[in-house]
Design a protein around this ligand. Structure first.
Ligand SMILES: [Zn+2]
Length: 333
């Protein structure tokens, strides 16, 4: 199956996070037919990571995720592009990595493994399970794929998810002095957060804050007793200084509930490849046992997660070349 055909076949199997079983079976069958040894590593009752090797315990691995964000968008194409869910995030990447591995194999390089995880778009439970796999101990380089426009990402920002909840006192809205509005307290906190300049980092850049959700209140004629907002901070520093700053802002006016955190990570730089820092996070912070991460993939993060997701066919082909030259370089250093 050629590169574009494999991309489209992978894309035609829906695999929104939590529903990756079928695409895992498809990948297993495809890799077995090519002669790979394939293990399905259970993550939950119907979620499995796919782990494939050729001979023994590889030193260099390709990895990315099999799940996509909703909704499923079936693949279409024209001469230049493949469109649809997973085109660049990350099924085109899986296809490019397998095509690269097969090309290297024809050159006699079999020191390669493949790791495809579930649940990257949510809590990275697939990566957390993969981190405990015994083959991790032998890995010297993990080439992870996410859409980086085929540049080598040498750093990725962290991601810190939390909620702030405020509590007040319900009362008849005609008698506001009898109540205490949780929504007004929350708005004050939000305003303070919006006017705060969080610490930056020379390498990773700015820390940015998205107020992603707001909930609260009971009815138009009731002073609201409860409110909450959900945040995602793109971390350019470790979590600690940001959490401290938030505590100072909130100052007992509400409570902070941490949902998850991935710290920023630095990755391996290789001479001769265009390099940059990316603002999104990946499975890499959850795979510390798989030593020495690299990050590169075709397509743009700006179209990933949108209804217009696509990948240029020429970028897929270029990614195969880049993956092959990365592996040759890493195996000879
Ligand atoms: Zn992705």
């Amino acid at each position: 199956m050629n590169l574009f055909e494999l991309t489209k076949q992978l894309m035609s199997v829906p695999s929104v996070s939590g529903d990756e079983e079928a695409v895992g079976f498809f990948l297993r069958d495809h890799l077995v037919s090519l002669g790979w040894n394939v293990e399905l590593q259970p993550v939950s009752e119907d979620q499995n990571n796919v782990i494939a090797t050729l001979n023994g315990t590889p030193r260099v691995w390709f990895s990315t995720h099999m799940d996509t964000v909703p909704p499923f968008i079936p693949p279409t194409e024209d001469d230049e592009k493949i469109y649809g869910r997973g085109a660049c995030d990350a099924k085109g990447i899986i296809a490019a990595q397998i095509t690269a591995a097969e090309r290297l194999r024809k050159e006699g390089i079999e020191d390669i493994g493949l790791l495809y995880t579930v649940e990257e778009e949510r809590a990275s439970t697939g990566a957390k399970a993969a981190n405990l796999h015994p083959l991790a101990a032998k890995c010297e380089y993990m080439i992870n794929g996410e859409p980086t426009d085929n540049d080598l990402a040498i750093g990725s920002k962290g991601s810190f998810r939390f909620k702030i909840k405020t509590h007040g006192k319900a009362a008849h809205s005609a008698y506001p002095e009898e109540g205490d509005s949780a929504i007004e307290t929350l708005l004050d906190i939000l305003q303070d957060i919006r006017s705060t300049k969080f610490p930056e980092d020379e390498f990773f850049g700015e820390t940015t804050v998205n107020i992603g959700t707001i909930d609260g209140g009971l009815a138009l004629n009731v002073i609201p007793p409860n409110a909450e907002a959900g945040f995602l901070v793109r971390l350019a520093t470790k979590r600690e200084p940001i959490e401290k700053a938030l505590e100072n802002i909130v100052r007992g006016r509400g409570e902070i509930e941490v949902l998850s955190c991935s710290e920023p990570v630095k990755m391996v730089a290789v001479d001769g490849f265009p390099q940059k820092v990316v603002r999104f996070t990946t499975d890499i912070p959850h795979l510390p046992n798989w030593k020495n991460p690299l990050l590169l993939g075709p397509g743009s993060i700006l179209v990933a997660h949108t209804k217009d997701e696509f990948v240029l066919k020429s970028d897929l082909e270029k990614a195969v070349d880049l993956y092959c030259s990365l592996v040759r370089k890493l195996l000879t250093t």
